[in-house]
Design a protein around this ligand. Structure first.
Ligand code: GLC
Ligand code: MG
Length: 255
């Protein structure tokens, strides 16, 4: 296979947020995919159906692979609504994860609201902490429990000051993307990730080259502070315009 660039991008508030800019970016990405320069991975907290809805109604570009539900599910084309996630990834994660054990990490914590059932799966326990008095302190407590009581089998992902996910230690957007690259034996020249919030951190940690859009949440801005490297590009534009700006910075798009 030809050597390609891989772009692994989050969807919400990274691609979406400015409809007109997304249209321009989607056109560019489509052109790059057609000329075999680009392998596009959408890497999201959304469920598969919500990604497919997004192709139809939000102008989200067609990808070559989808990482969904915060890196607990992987889908390869052709995409359709009742598609099963990739079994090898799911089976591997299921080996070391127990939903009931993960739920125990939330026991007795006041103000935690579970997210709707369809965001809660065998591999992902998701809740909201927006009605908790001191959410940051609670996140620290849940992480502490995960480390000491959860035998290190799960990880806690905190995003946007609201969403908390407990997923297998081996899951997450970054590790799911790595799995796809290995599975498809992609000859990757470079991989660039793009994101705006806490559940994108694992992509930046895994690949250390990426675009943080200007509207990024403090937890991802913090990543740049911790890693003041030229390959972690802070865009000055928000949303899709920020992704475009980053692709220009990495010389994948003409300025
Ligand atoms: C998406 C998911 C939600 C998750 C959030 C942050 O919104 O639907 O379950 O908590 O991303 O990862
Ligand atoms: Mg996002």
């Amino acid at each position: 296979m030809d050597v390609k660039t891989v772009l692994a991008s989050d969807i919400d508030n990274t691609l979406t947020g400015d409809r007109k800019e997304l249209k321009t970016l989607s056109r560019e990405l489509g052109r790059m995919r057609e000329s075999d320069e680009l392998f596009l991975i959408l890497s999201t907290g959304r469920r598969l159906e919500q990604v497919i809805d997004g192709f139809e109604s939000e102008g989200i570009p067609q990808p070559d692979a989808i990482v969904s539900q915060v890196g607990t599910e992987i889908y390869l084309p052709p995409f359709h609504r009742d598609q099963d996630p990739l079994h090898v990834w799911r089976d591997m994660l299921m080996e070391d994860f127990s939903r009931s054990e993960a739920l125990k990490l939330l026991e007795g914590l006041e103000g935690v609201r579970m997210q709707p059932d369809h965001f809660n799966t065998d591999l992902k326990v998701s809740c909201y902490l927006d009605e908790v008095q001191n959410p940051e302190a609670m996140v620290r407590e849940i992480k502490r429990r995960a480390e000491y009581e959860g035998d290190g089998l799960c990880q806690v992902v905190w995003s946007s000051g609201r969403d908390l996910d407990i997923i297998p230690a081996a899951a997450g957007k970054g590790q799911a993307i790595r799995f796809i690259l290995n599975l498809l034996k992609l000859d990757v020249e470079q991989i660039i990730v793009a994101g705006d919030s806490g559940n994108d951190r694992s992509m930046f940690e895994e690949f250390m080259r990426g675009i943080i859009v200007a509207n990024a949440k403090p937890e991802l801005q913090q990543f740049k502070k911790e890693h003041p490297l030229p390959d972690i590009y802070m865009a000055s534009a928000p949303y899709a315009a920020g992704v475009r700006e980053g692709l220009e910075y990495f010389e994948l798009l003409g300025g």
